[in-house]
Design a protein around this ligand. Structure first.
Ligand code: BES
Ligand code: MN
Ligand code: ZN
Length: 506
């Protein structure tokens, strides 16, 4: 049995003491409460810090087992570093994540974390809540397919380690708890997005993904699903063409969250949901193809976002649309050179069946703008390998026809450390994908591959503010951080949740 954690907030006067976490500032300075514990125990903490040459550097943890003279089995000291390493909410998240990482090997049913500033001032509730969210985000592990979840071969009887209560103790715990409530909902959205991306494609096909989305109805999200026959009627031949070689049915899932004013036009988020991308007849090389189980990272982010928004009862009207298909080679699969007519009426030459995400989005975007008349549209897609060449795994590519939208996304990215970098749209790039047999080609070749993909999408967007996030480098396989050690990152959920908050709720 793996451990399950709950996070609560309490007064700092009597922290439970099976395991205790305290903070230390630069040079190992302790706040008054931790200092008092140290003093009663004859300087056990100070001595341990000296012996270990521990200076309270940012996110460094000193783990003291059976500290003499205290009633704790274990005291962990977590380094705050200098003021500059702990000024933003994301710094507190990282600190919470680092503490959580150290706690994963700590036994005990109750773990207390004493939060105080070294100078004795009371920690602000937002920082404490961010710390707690960092803990929650770090708790994520994808082990549902492991029969030995402890990773402990000696634990033959599978001893239950069960539920662990993490108690965050500080003055102003009530305000911290209040600030944490929406953050918990957001973290749950992130966990969902990570689960969807991590889950292999034999287990999470289009049907299974759609039923995961349907589960959001329990939170008050209305979920409608278009089946293939519905999409046929609407003329979505671009999306359906991708799905043609798969035995899994294509689905277009529409999630509605109505938290804003009745008449207010909704914000729309659209996600690429290719549950597996073999490349189709333009088949991909074998090496690394398994990563394409994550080619629904855009759809996962949109679904996780809807969960977050509903979970924290966001005051905004939001629509999430995800195009779910599987791209397989088959006797029925579409061929390179095929021409398909999209819902918009534009014909597309499918020169490469591996440039499938843009075909799915072409119809999903068109449908979304026609049907819902949103205030703006933002799509997310693991769209191109080229964006990884451009930006690596640290920033997502951002394209937009609207400077304000782009700036707001950049701002939300900085605030959440889910960073985006704007790349250009330009008629000169657009020309590259002019069709020869049809209206538009689905690839413009290797040069500027992420840009020409964005230009393709723009042809399916009319006069409304729109932004496209190419998250191929950030949705999975991005560097491990203090708040995520899993392959899937859940990228996009926190970014867009913050974007919605800044636009509608501030
Ligand atoms: N899903 C891939 C893009 C991708 C690559 C995402 C690596 C994550 C990691 C996409 O469908 C694709 O195959 N794009 C092609 C486009 C090309 C054929 C024009 C690419 O990037 O090579
Ligand atoms: Mn592809
Ligand atoms: Zn793809």
């Amino acid at each position: 049995m793996p451990k399950t954690y709950t996070i609560s907030f309490a007064k700092p006067d009597k922290p439970g003491r099976e395991a205790l976490v305290v903070l230390a500032g630069n040079e190992g300075t302790l706040g008054p409460l931790a200092g008092a514990i140290d003093k009663t125990a004859d300087g056990v903490l100070t001595k341990a810090m000296q012996t270990a040459d521990y200076s309270g550097a940012a996110r460094k943890i000193l783990d003291i087992i059976n500290p003499a003279g205290t009633d704790a089995e274990r005291i962990l000291i977590a380094g705050m570093g200098s003021e500059s390493t702990l000024e933003k909410a994301t710094d507190w998240e990282a600190l919470g994540g680092a503490v959580m990482g150290a706690l994963s090997s700590v036994n005990g049913k109750v773990i207390s974390v004493l939060l105080e500033n070294p100078d004795g001032s009371v920690l602000d509730p937002e920082s404490a809540a961010a710390f707690a969210q960092g803990m929650k985000l770090r708790q994520y592990i994808f082990d549902r397919h492991k029969s030995d979840k402890d990773g402990d071969k000696n634990n033959k009887e599978k001893k239950e380690t069960g539920a662990v209560k993490i108690q965050i103790c500080l003055e102003g715990h009530l305000a911290a708890k209040k600030a944490f409530t929406p953050l918990l909902a957001i973290a749950e959205g992130v966990h969902l997005a990570r689960d969807l991306v991590n889950e292999p494609a034999n287990i999470l096909g289009t049907i299974e993904f759609a039923s995961e989305a349907k589960k959001l109805e329990s939170l008050g999200v209305k979920v409608d699903i278009l089946e293939e026959k519905d999409m046929q009627k609407l003329g979505m031949r671009a999306l359906l063409g991708v799905s043609q070689g798969s035995v899994r049915p294509a689905k277009l899932v529409i999630m509605h969250w109505k938290g804003g004013k009745a008449k207010e036009a909704p914000a729309a988020f659209v996600g690429k949901g290719v549950v597996f991308d073999t490349g189709g007849i333009s088949i991909k090389p074998a090496g690394g193809m398994e990563d394409m189980k994550g080619d629904m990272g855009g759809a996962a982010a949109v679904t996780g976002l809807m969960k977050a928004l509903a979970g924290r009862k966001a005051k905004a009207n939001v629509i999430g649309v995800i195009g779910l298909v599987e791209n397989m080679p088959d006797a029925d699969a579409q061929r390179p050179g095929d021409v398909v007519t999209s819902m918009s009426g534009q014909t597309i030459e499918v020169l490469n069946t591996d440039a499938e995400g843009r075909l799915v989005l072409a119809d999903a975007l068109w449908y979304t703008q026609q049907k819902f008349k949103p205030a703006f549209m933002i799509d997310l897609a693991t769209l191109t390998g080229a964006v990884i060449i451009a930006l690596g795994h640290h920033y997502a590519g951002l394209y937009s026809n609207d400077d304000e939208l782009a700036a707001d996304l950049g701002q939300a990215g900085t605030e959440t450390a889910e960073r985006v970098w704007r790349l250009p749209l330009d008629p000169d790039y657009d020309k590259i994908i002019d069709g020869s047999v049809g209206d538009v080609k689905n690839t413009g070749g290797r040069a500027a591959g992420s840009i020409t993909a964005a230009q393709f999408l723009q042809r399916f967007v009319n006069e409304l503010p729109w932004a496209h996030l190419d998250i191929a480098g950030t949705a999975f396989g991005s560097p491990k951080t203090e708040i995520n050690k899993s392959w899937a990152s859940g990228f996009g959920v926190r970014l867009l949740d913050r974007f919605v908050k800044n636009r509608y709720e501030s």
